[in-house]
Each structure stands twice: as C-alpha cells, then as structure tokens.
Design a protein. Structure first.
Lengths: 118, 827
C-alpha cells in the first residue's frame, strides 16, 4: 500500500510541532522515529502533534506514538498536546489511553492560547 | 379537507425534499386517502414533469377513484381506433371491463412497440390481468434497474411468475434507487428471509438518510423483535427528523413495554439534544402502549413507564453504565454524569457512584460527583493523614521534584517511605525518583507491592521502575496487568509483554477476549490495538462474530478500521449475521467506512461482479464444542450461532456480499472517473492534499485564461502548449495520450465518445423526460442521460455540451449515461 508518509517537525520558541502526513503505519512509525529521535528538546516545554494531515494510524503506528509520548512525558516532563484529530483516530487513541496523556485541541491556535495562557 | 391526521401527514410529506418520502406518501395515499384534497394534490403530481412521481400519482388516483366509485375521466386525445382502444396511461391503470382483452391482445402482439413511458402502466395492467408467459417480455422492461419506474414491472413479475425475478435480484438489489431496493428486498423476503434481512440491515446502516428511510418502510414486513434492535441502534445517533419519525412510527406501531424501557435506557446515555429527540419518541410509544392496554392506571402513560423503569431496570442499567462510561465519547460521558448527579439521592445510584471510585477508568467521574454523594468516603484523606512526614502535600511534591544525585542520599529513606505510604501523587513521584536515582535492591519489592494496589499513578511509576531494573519480576504479573482498567498501565503492559514474549501475550489477551465478563473483554480489545495486526486479525474477526455488546463491538471495529486492507474487507464481508442486530449494523457501517478508506488510500477496489463467485468455506464445528464453561464464551472456532452446512458453499447470486460488490464497483468506477489522474502523488498523501491541489487547479485555470494577455505574442507558441513547469515522465505520457484523442484542454476530458470513460459531447436535447433525465443526440449516437440531481430547465432541441459517463447500451438502442456537467453550446 503506497502511503508516502512524511513527518514534518518545526520548533517555534518553546514549542515543538510534529506534523505526521499520510498513513501512520509500520513504515510511518519508522519515519516518525527518524524524524523525532534526534531532536534536541532543550528549551522545549510543549510538544504538539498536529494530525490534520494524518487521518489514519494503525497498531504499530499508534504504539510508536505512545512510545514517543511516554518518552516526552517521563524523560523531559514536557506538556503534550494533540490537535486536528479525525474521529477514528480520537477513538483509537482513547482506546489505548493516549487521550489521558495528552491535551486534545481543535487547532494549533486553540492549543497555543490554552497552554500559553493557561 | 384531508379526512384524517394520517392523510394530512402524508399530504405534507408530498412536499418533502426526500424523493423516497414523496413516493412513499403517494403510495400510502393510494391505500388510505379519499378526500378531494388528496385527489387534487395527486392530480398535480400526475400532471407534472417528474415521470416517476407522475406515474405513481396516476396509479394512486386510479385506485382512490375506484374506491370512491368515481367514473374514469375520458381521454379526448386518445380515442379508440380500429385496432381497439388506444393504449394510454389512464386506460391501462383504470381499464373498462370491455377494454381489458383488447388491451392485452395489443400489448402481447408487439410488446417491443410499447413506448418506454407507457411500460410502467402497462406492467401494472399486466400485473392485474396478465398471465405467466407475459413475464418473457416484462423482464426486458426491467432495464438496468436504475429507475424507480420499474417498480410496477417488479410487482407484475412477482404477481405472475415469482421465480422469474430470481435472476434479476442482484441487479435490483444493487440499484441506486432506494425504492427499487426495498421492493426487491420485499420480494426476496418471500424466497430467502435471512438474506433479505441482511440486505435490509445494509440499507438501515447506510449513510444516506433516504436509504435509511426506505429501509424503515421495508422493515415493517420483517419480524419486529429483530427489527427493533436495528431501530434502537439507529436511535442512539440519528438526527434526521424524517428518519427519527420513521423509527417512531415503526416502534409505535408495534407497542411493547420493553421497547419503551430500552428507549429510557438510551435517553440517559446520549447527549442532551439527542435525549430530547428520544424523549418525544418515548412519549409517542408510551401513548401507543397505553392504547394497546399494556399499561393502565391513573398516571400519564409515560409517567407510568418511568416508574416501572425505576423499579425494574435501574440495576441492570447501572451495571451496563460502568462499561459505557469507560468507552463513551466526551459528550456522552457528560450526559451520563448529568444523569448520575440528578439521581444520586437514589440509594442504588449513590452506591454505584461510590463503586466508580474503585475503577481507575471511572475514577474521574466519581471525583466529579463525590460532592453530590449523601456522605463522603474520605478514604484518601485518611491515608494521607497517616503519612510519616510532617511536610504539607505541596511541599513534599516540590521536594520530590527537586531531588538529584547530590541530595539523594539524604532523602533516600524518606522517599521510600513516601513511595510506601504517601498520597497517590507523592507515591508516583517517589517511585520516579527511585527509578532515576536509586540502585537499591530494597526498591524492587516496594514496586512489586505498589503494582498490586489500586492507585494507577503509583502503579504506573512502579511498573516503569520494574521494567527498567528488574523486568523478569513483571512477567508473572502480566496477565493481571493486562486486565487492569487503567489504559496507561495496560498500554505499558501490552508493549512490554509483546517485547518479552509476543505469543504468550497474544494468548493471554485472547483468553480475556473470551471471558463472559464484559469489562474484561473491553479491556482485551484495548490491549489488542497495540499488537501488530497480522497477529490478531483472526482473533478480532472471531470475537466480532460472537460479540453481543455494541460498545465492545465498536472497539473491535476501531482496531479493524485502523488497519484497513482489501483482504480484511473481504473477510468483514463474510460476517453476515451476528447474535446482535445492533452489532450487525455496526459491522455494516464499518464495511462502508473501510471501503471508503481503501478507495482513499488508492487501493484498486473493482472486481468483476459477474465472475464466478469465490467459494466460501463454512466453519466446521469442532468436536466437543459445547456450551460455555468456566466463565468463557464460545470462541470463534466453535460453530457460529447460525448453523452452517459442513460442505463448501457457493454464495447465492443475490447474497448481500455479491450485491455489495456490484455497488462498490459502481462507486469505485465513478470515483476513478471523477478523480483527476494522480501522478507523482498517489494514495493517502494525495488525498490529504486534494484540497490544496484543487485550489492549485483552479488557479491554473485562471492563469491559463489570462496567459494570452500576459505573454508576448511574438513567442509564436500558444500558452496552452507550454509544458507545465517541471513536467515529468508521467506528464509526457499524458501528453502523448492526449495527442491520440481530442481532449478538452481545460478539463482534460476527451471530446469523443468513449464507453465507460468520461467524455464531453456536443449535441442537442431530443426530449426532456423528467427533472433528472433527458435523451440527447450527438454525432449520430443517442443517449439516455441521467443526472444525480435536478437539472436546470432544458428545452427539447436545445444545443448543449454534456460531460458524461456513458456506461451501457440499452435495448432501446440508446446509450445510458450519467451526466456530470451540462453547459450551453456557444454559438
């Protein structure tokens, strides 16, 4: 199955925004690992996952995402936010407890106004 | 004036935007109406340009007039000729006794000469007066099954020779006209009720409200106990007022106390707006239950049923509620909390809320409701009070947050005390410090002990400590950890178990999935979503076949939907009926969702519809399979609820899986025809960028339009011939193909006829048949064009350009085509 998954990342002040694009499956998970693993998190207080361009994630993709969230929370104690989730992803993430680890928002803007001023 | 409120309601439905409802209203008026107002409304429709409605209205008029004993109006434009009476619609629908035989002779002498517009009334006439061998030409009038006007043809064949319909069921059941599908389902029910119910559940699960409405009208013919489950499943989320009204009518027509009680169950678990809709339905059902003598007494019917519900159903409802809270959406959870707060003074509800504190998945709800409880348990405060340190809670947390290697030795014992006796927050933080800073063997039993206590944050921190320092200590506890209700610990446990021993982990989860305990099954599914799908696909499908709780079935489906594949969809297709109609509906919706996802992923979904059907292997019953024992449900390996033959079974041509494939082929073909050719970007990446791509295409069109002005003429090159920037190999290939055919350069659609491919043809309208259909001539070919929605006013003989998809040669010599766009021809 062709997916052309890419994982874009950008730092914006104390924020790290991670944007997976495409189907987050086994290969997508590997691509996500490659994109995130070596990012220097010094100065980062909030990590935002923007799922607006990733409507689907499979078992391995979700497991990979969970690992990253665990790492961010346990090793770096950063806040984790998530935005623009498709209804199916929301259900799947709830199922594995991911929604209990992160703060969900409609958009990046909403996340910023809630977490920067909250 | 309309004679009854029902008639008034039907007359209002004639103005509905939904075609199915309008047709249904006409059909119902034919059976019940007798007023002048109804006759007037029907006459207007009969005289209208919508061929379908016009025919059904004319048929209704003839029935109502016959019932009233009105004389049939003469038709001045259609006098009797030397060959007998001229064939007209009115004459066919309301023939004089003396006209019947001559009309029959004329039709039979040359059935092919009956004009297309007279075929429906002729079929209705033959249905009443014809004989079995008339079916030989009636079946030709079924065409491709894509017009509502074949309903009288289906009815006539069913009346004269029902077996003749068998060969046409696949085509009729795959029709894109809901009224054709429900008529076919009604006919199929007499032959194969189980398969007919499967088709009905597909309609009821449809995303198109017209199809759901059609399904509800067909549902009346099926046994109510089965249908009720489908309808109750629809009610939880349905918002379309006309579909809700259809549900209400169906439920109120079969009044049962249990139905009313089940709706009360639903009302308390859905968001407020939906609860208001369901309350109205509940009241209607209560009234009809009272009218049927099912409830008596001085109270209003709905009050009496509410009392009954409080008395008999509360405990059962509460037991189910705990599972629902764990899996509910935010809106639904809020509705449940509101209801619990409202009823918290009831002893059963108060006890239930207290119980929620023991389950980490529902602990949050307990915390929010604790203030409303008649008395507070206060257990946590007691535990905090016996902590050894004198520091305040916040001071302890601050100190634990500041600890590092340099201060560790000084505080190590205090941290261990906090890990043992602290509040949940300090315990969790203490264990994190132990993981980070300590290497003492004393920590291991401390963490093992914390794992067994019911404090999720501390459990999680203890788990992390053991995973880092002594993972072998976790292994014997994995089964228990996988069954923990807290998703965070469970998720950790699953990932650990998979790394440690994948096979044992899967076995352990599968065992949980076969439990009779619903909570355990729900948690098993949450574990499975993290397991590589190739290891658990079969387990999930087997579980889905036997699962009867819709919330758990939905969890199973979420796992399936996140791992879509063509093979999985094929296997999902084979799950026909489960023990719960509610689950059957969820599966039907899941099939549609997965099909759409696969199309979006760019998976080729078309399969030869008429090819020899793939053989389906029945599941052989295992020796010794018996009733559930040891608290375990039957696994999917055991015989399914519906007995299946031992030998290989060839699916019936009208089987829902076969018909579904035909419908999918049509959808896939349409999508592939409408989709611009994807080149470098295919699949989902293309999908998620489609909006920007469309925007870019729009800009490109505008640019192309203004380029002649912008570019200097001296270049000698038409701007339209400039290669796109960065043109690729694929782009050149497209140019080569374009060179071979005449192509509209803006849309990329060829301007020559191509069967089964989009084309843009210039020609003239021969005749407008109805708001969506017209015949059209272009370069000596004639087309019967159908649009998906009402067309602008078209004049016979008008020159137009039609973007269409020709798809079939009709027996009449016309080519059937779907219209995508019409523009006036520029002169």
């Amino acid at each position: 199955m062709t997916t052309n998954f890419v994982c874009r990342t950008r730092k914006d002040g104390a924020w790290l925004v991670i944007t997976p694009v495409g189907y987050l499956n086994d290969q997508g998970g590997t691509a996500m690992n490659d994109a995130i693993r070596n990012i220097d998190l010094a100065g980062i207080t909030t990590v935002l996952f923007d799922f607006g361009e990733c409507p689907l994630a499979n078992s391995q993709g979700i497991a990979c995402l969970l690992d990253h969230c665990d790492r961010f929370a346990e090793q770096f104690q950063v806040k984790i936010a998530i935005c623009r989730l498709s209804p199916l992803l929301r259900e799947a993430f709830s199922l594995v407890g991911l929604m209990d680890m992160v703060s969900p928002f409609g958009t990046e803007q909403e996340a910023r106004s809630a977490l920067d001023h909250g | 004036m309309a004679d009854t409120s029902l008639e008034r309601q039907l007359l209002e439905q004639l103005g509905s935007e939904k075609r199915t409802l309008r047709v249904n209203a006409v059909v119902q008026l034919a059976k019940t109406a007798a007023s002048n107002e109804a006759l007037k409304a029907l006459q207007q429709l009969a005289d209208g340009s919508d061929r379908e409605l016009s025919f059904f209205a004319a048929q209704a008029l003839s029935r109502i007039r016959a019932r009233r004993g009105d004389a049939v109006a003469d038709e001045p434009e259609a006098p009797a000729t030397g060959n007998g009476p001229e064939i007209t619609r009115t004459r066919l629908l309301s023939p004089q006794r003396a006209e019947i035989e001559p009309l029959l002779s004329r039709i039979r002498s040359d059935p092919a000469a009956i004009p297309e517009e007279l075929q429906p009334p002729a079929a209705a006439f033959l249905g009443r007066y014809g004989r079995e061998d008339d079916v030989s030409f009636l079946t030709h009038w079924l065409g491709d099954g894509q017009s509502g006007l074949i309903i009288p043809v289906i009815e006539a064949i069913e009346a004269l020779a029902p077996p003749a319909l068998m060969a046409h069921f696949p085509m009729l059941l795959a029709s894109n006209h809901p009224i054709v599908r429900i008529r076919a389902i009604a006919a199929l029910r007499k032959v194969d009720e189980q398969e007919a119910e499967a088709h009905l559940s597909e309609l009821l699960a449809s995303r198109k409200s017209e199809e759901r409405i059609a399904g509800l009208s067909a549902a009346f013919a099926f046994p109510f106990p089965r249908i009720r489950e489908y309808v109750l499943s629809i009610l939880a989320d349905e918002q379309d007022p006309e579909v809700l009204h259809g549900c209400e009518t169906l439920l109120a027509s079969n009044p049962e106390l249990d139905t009313a009680l089940r709706i009360l169950d639903l009302i308390d678990t859905v968001p407020k707006q939906q609860a208001a809709r369901l309350s109205a339905i509940f009241k209607e059902i209560s009234v009809s239950a009272a009218a049927a003598g099912l409830i008596t007494g001085p109270d209003a019917p709905h009050e009496a049923i509410l009392k009954l519900w409080r008395r008999e159903r509360l405990r059962k409802f509460l037991a189910d509620l705990e599972i629902q809270i764990a899996v509910a959406s935010a809106a639904r959870r809020e509705a449940i909390e509101d209801w619990l707060a409202k009823n918290i003074q009831t002893p059963d509800v108060a006890a239930f809320v207290e119980k929620l504190a023991l389950n980490p998945a529902t602990e949050e709800v307990h915390r929010r409701l604790a203030d409303f409880l008649p008395h507070s348990p206060g257990q946590r405060l007691v535990k905090a009070a016996i902590a050894p340190s004198k520091l305040s809670e916040q001071e302890k947390l601050d100190l634990l947050g500041r600890l590092d290697a340099s201060t560790w030795e000084k505080h190590a014992q205090w941290v261990r005390d906090e890990a043992r006796f602290g509040s949940p927050a300090t315990r969790a933080l203490a264990f994190r410090n132990l993981t980070k800073l300590s290497r003492d063997a004393e920590d291991i039993p401390l963490a093992e002990s914390a794992l067994q206590q019911d404090e999720p944050d501390a459990q999680l921190a203890a788990f992390i400590l053991l995973e880092a320092r002594s993972p072998d200590r976790l292994v014997p506890r994995l089964s228990d950890l996988l069954a923990l209700p807290d998703p965070k610990i469970r998720g950790k446990a699953v990932r650990f178990a998979l790394k440690w021993d994948e096979r044992k982990a899967v076995e352990s989860i599968e065992k949980m999935l076969r439990s009779t305990d619903k909570t355990l099954r729900a948690q098993a599914v949450s574990c499975l979503i993290l397991v590589p799908f190739d290891k658990i696909g079969n387990i999930l499908l087997r579980a889905l076949e036997t699962e009867d709780h819709p919330a758990i079935a939905r969890r199973l489906i979420v796992v399936l939907l996140t791992n879509p594949s063509k093979e999985l969809l094929e296997r999902l297709d084979k799950i026909q009926a489960t023990s719960s109609p509610g689950v059957t509906m969820l599966i039907a919706q899941a099939r549609m969702d997965m099909f759409d996802t696969l199309l979006r992923l760019g998976v080729e979904m078309q399969q030869p519809a008429a090819s020899p059907a793939p053989k389906r292997e029945a599941v052989p019953p295992e020796a010794g399979a018996s009733a559930p024992v040891d608290g375990h449900r039957p696994s999917g390996k055991e015989p399914p609820a519906i007995a299946q033959p031992m030998q290989r079974e060839i699916p019936k041509p009208y089987a829902v899986s076969e018909v579904r494939q035909a419908i999918r082929n049509r959808q896939a073909e349409l999508r592939s025809q409408q989709k611009p050719p994807e080149t470098a970007e295919t699949g989902l990446a293309g999908l998620v960028r489609r909006v920007p791509v469309s925007l870019a295409a729009g800009l490109a069109v505008i640019l192309l339009a203004i380029l002649p002005v912008l570019l200097p003429r001296s270049t000698g090159t038409s701007p339209l011939e400039i290669s796109p920037k960065g043109s690729s190999k694929a782009g050149r290939g497209q140019d080569e193909r374009r060179a071979e055919e005449k192509v509209d350069r803006l849309t990329g659609i060829p301007s020559e006829f191509r069967m089964g491919r989009p084309c843009k043809l210039t020609g003239r309208i021969l005749k407008t048949i109805d708001k969506k259909t017209f015949t059209f001539e272009s370069e000596s070919r004639r087309y019967r064009c159908t649009a998906p929605a009402s067309l602008p006013m078209l004049l016979d003989g008008e020159e137009i350009v039609v973007e269409m998809l020709p798809y079939r040669n009709l027996p009449s010599g016309l080519i059937a085509a779907e219209v995508m766009k019409i523009t006036a021809e520029k002169r």
